[in-house]
Design a protein around this ligand. Structure first.
Ligand SMILES: C[S@@+](CC[C@H](N)C(=O)[O-])C[C@H]1O[C@@H](n2cnc3c(N)ncnc32)[C@H](O)[C@@H]1O
Length: 418
């Protein structure tokens, strides 16, 4: 008999009874999507994995702790049959057939009346990839096609033009510390849709090279500011481009709100009546130490971490940092923008009680191909910065956490130069 292809369809299961037989790994993998679809789920199984049990405990599913009994599918619209007993599966799928309930079988795709596609989500669209026929099924290939499509949509390599209106106005996008892989999916998508990108020196600059030629890329440091302050000139540039109806991305290093002046830009846009979306980013204050093998907290070593700006010296009247209090803390101190003033910072911390032997690490250009880590102590750090010629941008970590890990990158994926 000729084998016809499966007919793809989207089931709208909200409030409708779905019966799941078997509480093992298959159920564990399938239940979240059924819950997300709003189905009224009855799980029938004597046992369940801890994750499935947790779903029952929180009331997301109803769990009947027993084996399958004929009649279990009476009110079902859809059934997932995944017990470890082929006999039971066959019996239940026979009941499904009699009752005309579409049923998926984990043990025998041939005997099932429905198949679960490999699914993924992007931009409010579900991508579902289905094998055409039972014979020669290759679930890994199906999943790989799903991954290729979803990844491509997310990173902009697969372009599917929108016929809805695009995100209007300006998106303040946190680009992460520098490695182009460390921007969020949302940030990357907005970048792929932008007409104009105003970028900082820090952040994932490699991504700019991937933008199509029609996209205008503006270096924020080069915006002429004449009678304005530099920040005001950037705000004006954002406003002007957005007023021309363009999709503008303000690409910033790390997170827009961690020493990033993101709120000043958001306020200026609000005042000009321009819609603004803020996309968080991975801040260098946590990720750069991590990339150099330094956890900002560690069990039994540091129960707190404090992130401060070192752009003005502790004795400068403009400083808002309470350095004497910081010297009394036992946790980790992370200093951004502190390379130039590290000498005075170290002296002040020692003056107020911090041990001169406290370990210090400076991580320069973290998560990029040029990443470099230099170690010192509070007593030696000023001299080390000079002799090792440490340059900004660098994150400075002060505290015992510096010594807990290996000195090779733990989580970084350094960018290989072309
Ligand atoms: C103006 S602050 C912006 C911080 C950013 N918003 C964030 O959340 O990471 C700039 C400082 O962040 C730190 N920084 C940012 N990216 C870095 C990187 N890749 N490596 C080392 N330090 C970095 C440096 O201390 C630099 O002087």
């Amino acid at each position: 008999m000729a084998e016809h292809p499966a007919y793809p369809v989207g089931l709208r299961l909200t409030g409708r009874r779905v019966v799941v037989l078997g509480g093992g790994q298959v159920a564990q993998r399938r239940l979240p999507a059924l819950i997300a679809a709003g189905a009224d789920i009855l799980l029938v199984s004597p046992e369940a994995t801890p994750s499935v049990e947790a779903m029952a405990d929180t009331g997301e599913i109803t769990w009947a702790r027993r084996r399958y009994e004929p009649g279990d599918l009476t009110d079902a619209w859809y059934a997932l049959i995944a017990t470890s007993d082929p006999e039971t599966n066959a019996q239940a799928s026979a009941e499904a057939e009699t009752r005309r309930v579409w049923c998926v079988r984990s043990d025998n795709a041939d005997a099932a009346t429905a198949w679960t596609p490999a699914t993924g989500h992007s931009e409010g669209v579900t991508v579902a990839v289905l094998t055409t026929r039972a014979r020669g099924r290759d679930p890994r290939h199906t999943a790989a096609i799903r991954d290729a499509v979803v990844e491509g949509l997310r990173d902009g390599t697969l372009v599917a033009p929108h016929h809805r209106t695009r995100t209007p106005g300006v998106a303040l996008v946190g680009g992460g510390p520098g490695d182009p892989d460390l921007i969020t999916v949302r940030g990357r998508r907005l970048l792929a849709e932008a007409d104009v990108v105003i970028a900082d020196r820090l952040g994932p600059r490699d991504l700019l090279a991937e933008l199509p030629p029609h996209v205008e890329v503006i270096d924020a440091a080069k915006i002429p500011y004449g009678r304005f302050m530099a920040q005001e000139a950037i705000n004006n540039a954002l406003i002007e481009h957005a007023k021309q109806g363009k999709s503008v991305v303000r690409l910033k290093g790390g997170d827009p709100f961690v020493f990033g002046r993101g709120m000043e830009e958001a306020q200026a846009l609000a005042q000009a009546g321009i819609p603004c979306t803020v996309v968080p980013g991975i801040s260098s204050s946590i990720s750069v130490p991590g990339a150099a093998g330094i956890p900002v907290t560690h069990r039994g070593v540091a129960h707190e971490f404090t992130v401060v700006s070192g752009h003005v010296a502790p004795d400068d009247e403009r400083s808002l940092v309470d350095w004497p209090s910081l010297a009394r803390l036992t946790g980790t101190l992370v200093v951004l923008m502190g390379v130039d003033k590290i000498g005075r910072i170290a002296e002040t911390l020692i003056e107020h009680g911090k041990s001169p032997a406290t370990p210090v690490a400076l991580v320069q250009e973290g998560t990029t191909a040029a990443q470099r880590r230099v170690d010192a102590t509070l007593a030696t750090v000023a001299e080390t910065v000079r002799t090792e010629d440490v340059k900004p941008p660098a994150v400075i970590v002060i505290g015992e956490v510096v010594s807990v890990g290996p000195k090779t990158p733990a989580v970084a994926h350094p960018v290989t130069p072309e």
